[in-house]
Design a protein around this ligand. Structure first.
Ligand code: SF4
Ligand code: SF4
Length: 169
């Protein structure tokens, strides 16, 4: 069973329902710019919300008591997903994936991620949706925080236009 840290709850946070994580809810795709139709200061169909992804998904803030209160996604504007595998031809690196809530991860949150990576040795893959004027294009900006070798490899992938694939462990 998944443990929720410090009796935390989603409350009025709908960061993962608002399209910042690509998902399909009852057959309807959500993505940056298009959130779930049931999200409105909480879930409008909470009792009957789908098992996947809604009931199953728990962001890292819910699970990790070491994350401060202010890193709740509705405040920090970043959603952390615990260990993911970054797939590459040579080897797999478990990473934390940090998806921005909005076009960019705010500086204060990015600084926290930098310190966290430094203290724990974790590697973090940051994902931000590309916005052209007021429209999200569907593209993503990816960059890494953490160990130098990880940062270098992600930078190289981006430069060469290679896809960076991630999946849950
Ligand atoms: S981002 Fe986290 S805290 Fe916010 S609604 Fe989703 S699971 Fe709950
Ligand atoms: S159905 Fe509810 S929990 Fe699921 S994405 Fe929509 S608002 Fe969020």
């Amino acid at each position: 069973m998944t443990n929720i840290a410090n009796d935390r709850s989603c409350g009025d946070c709908t960061a993962c329902c608002d399209g910042w994580l690509k998902a399909e809810i009852n057959g309807k795709k959500i993505h940056p710019g298009i959130g779930c139709e049931h999200a409105d200061r909480g879930c409008g169909i909470y009792e009957t919300r789908p098992v996947s992804p809604c009931r199953n998904f728990k962001c890292q803030w819910l699970l990790d008591p070491n994350m401060p209160e202010w890193m709740k996604p509705s405040r920090s504007k970043v959603i952390l997903k615990g260990k993911q595998i970054w797939e590459r031809p040579s080897s797999d690196v478990p990473a934390i994936v940090a998806s921005s809530v909005g076009p960019k991860i705010p500086g204060k949150s990015k600084n926290w991620l930098l310190s966290y990576a430094e203290e724990t040795g974790e590697v973090i893959l940051c994902i931000e949706p590309v916005r052209d004027r007021k429209t999200y294009t569907g593209e993503q900006r990816k960059y890494a925080i953490g160990r130098a070798d990880f940062v270098e490899e992600i930078n190289q992938c981006v430069e060469e236009g290679r896809e960076i694939l991630v999946r849950s462990v």
